[in-house]
Design a protein around this ligand. Structure first.
Ligand code: GLN
Length: 528
């Protein structure tokens, strides 16, 4: 009997239709794994056993009706029906918590479902719970969560990446086949890379942000985390598309072919023939780990052997990406976070005899963590009178230049760019928390796509020093289907690679119910 948690989502869907397994059985297996390992991993802020089982039973009822009606009815069922999904804890679920990893939202109850929550409910997916994250999605290691760090199942003393670290760890640890993340500068792709899974940042406007806690509104995008490209495509298809409640969600049709990615390796690999892949010179940055560079170069050689042409290209403004990102993003964050005033949401401090300004300052002083405060100060400064032109406006102009670099490359006939996702593999707890710039550099290869509003996907491409390396494909706006086809093709040509069959090296250790928690591991490393 195979352990159902090890299956890919599309295999689970197939078995549900065959009647080999029920959604209740699948859901129980995943709930058990999540509950058993959350002491060691801290990937989940909420595991909703009762809610998940009720959704599973509803899915089984739909399956039973379709089975009565016959084959056509079974095939018409949504591919996510009855399958477990993890939501990053900044996605609103009516009546449930939505902390965004922050004390300031503790006790806040979401009054409505996010657009993507509605979509997942319509599909009949089973929402297993809410996952840990860096506070307000600010971070690259999940160490800025107010609810403690998350361990990487490959090395429990290392971070899973961030800010969607909980969702990534949960997918990598087989607690769910599907996770939702958000990516403002890399927060889907970078944790996907560090935990050895697939993560896709869609084009800005592809997925409605209605009901998602806002961080930097001109960059935030919601996207899928999964264990292969086909599963990522199915989850993206379920949540993507125009929604009138988010004026930035685009009226661009969602390709139906996201549900028909090739299932045979030959067909998938065939897609590569004649495709032009650009290798951006500036992404092979100083400071990239040699093991990461080696895996990326091998992946590029594999793609070339399989029929793609590789051309070196230049994106000359790449170097300005980080500096401009850290003007634009804090500016937008400082405005978005102004609403947490102790009156309208969650945490609230009332000082006896004090006026409301004192209460406001105390609420924000207690409620926000250090990275959030840093961003609010940077952003408020960059937007202040006299500095707006010098910083914010200038950064927006440079942003246009970054976008133009991509336009030029794609305009010259390049189908997609190949690059590393992260310059390093997963790092130990504490390695970057004392140095904000070192932490910010984690996203040097991901954030340009956010600045330009375009799409990118990270796929596992082997190991360096025993830890996963992520290969990134970046494409023009609305190229998600093409990027996932590249993903499928790469998976096909490396299907027999020995690293593909490896499970996260320290996953079994996470079964220990009394061993150290991630916070204790981090504390031990800090004093070592
Ligand atoms: N690490 C980046 C930041 O802190 C990206 C975060 C994200 O994509 N949400 O801003």
């Amino acid at each position: 009997m195979v352990d159902s948690t090890r299956l890919l989502g599309h295999d689970m869907a197939e078995r549900l239709r065959q009647g080999e397994v029920s959604s209740r059985e699948l859901t129980l297996a995943h709930l058990d794994a999540a509950e058993r390992q959350n002491h060691a991993l801290n990937a989940w802020l909420l595991i909703d056993r009762d809610g998940a089982l009720a959704q599973a039973d509803a899915a089984d009822a739909r399956l039973a009706v379709a089975r009565e009606e016959g084959r056509a009815a079974l095939e018409a069922l949504h591919p996510l029906l009855g399958l477990p999904v993890a939501l990053k804890d900044l996605v609103s679920v009516a009546g449930g918590q939505c902390t965004a990893g922050s004390r300031i939202l503790e006790g806040y109850v979401a009054p409505y479902d996010a657009h993507i929550t509605e979509r997942l409910r319509d599909a009949g997916a089973v929402i297993l719970g809410k996952t840990n994250m860096d506070e307000f999605a600010m971070g690259s290691s999940n160490e800025w969560s107010a609810f403690g760090p998350v361990s990487n199942p490959w090395d429990l003393d290392s971070v899973p990446g961030g800010s969607s670290g909980g969702s990534a760890a949960a997918v990598a640890a087989f607690h769910v086949p599907f996770g939702i993340g958000t990516d403002t500068g890399g927060s889907i792709r970078q944790p996907a890379a560090l935990t050895g899974i697939v993560g896709l940042k869609p084009t800005y406007g592809r997925v409605s942000r209605y009901g998602i806690v806002a961080f930097a509104s001109s960059l935030d995008q919601i996207g899928p985390l999964a264990r292969d490209a086909r599963d990522a495509a199915v989850l993206l298809h379920a949540v993507a598309g125009r929604d009138a409640r988010d004026s930035t969600s685009a009226p661009v049709p969602v390709p139906e072919d996201l549900l028909n990615l090739p299932s045979s390796d030959d067909e998938a690999a065939g897609w590569l023939k004649g495709k032009r892949l650009g290798l951006p010179r500036e992404y092979f940055v100083k400071g990239m780990e040699p093991g990461v560079e080696a895996r990326i170069r091998e992946a590029v050689a594999d793609l070339e052997r399989a029929g793609a042409t590789i051309e070196e290209v230049s994106l000359p403004h790449t170097d300005y990406g980080l500096a401009t990102y850290y003007i634009v993003v804090p500016a937008e964050a400082s405005a978005n976070l102004a609403r947490y005033d102790g009156v309208r949401y969650g945490h609230s401090v009332r000082l006896p005899g004090a006026d409301f300004i004192a209460d406001y300052l105390a609420t924000r002083g207690e409620g926000f963590g250090p990275e959030v405060k840093r961003r609010i100060m940077l952003g408020t400064y960059a937007l202040s009178a006299g500095y707006y032109d010098a910083f914010y406006l200038k950064a927006q102009k440079v942003r246009t230049l970054i976008k133009r670099d991509f336009d030029d490359v794609f305009g010259s006939g390049i189908d997609a760019l190949v690059a590393p996702t992260s310059p390093s593999v997963a790092f130990k707890f504490g390695a970057r928390t004392a140095d904000p710039v070192a932490m910010y550099l984690s996203d040097a290869c991901t954030l340009p796509a956010n600045m330009a509003g375009i799409a990118g996907v990270s796929l596992p491409c082997g190991l360096s020093a025993g830890l996963p390396v992520g290969l990134q494909f970046i494409g023009p706006p609305w190229s998600e289907l093409e990027l996932l086809r590249f993903g499928c093709a790469y998976e096909a040509i490396t299907a027999d690679a020995p690293w593909r069959s490896l499970e996260p090296a320290q996953l079994a250790l996470a079964d220990d119910p009394v061993g150290p928690t991630p916070a204790q591991r981090a504390a031990a490393l800090a004093t070592a």
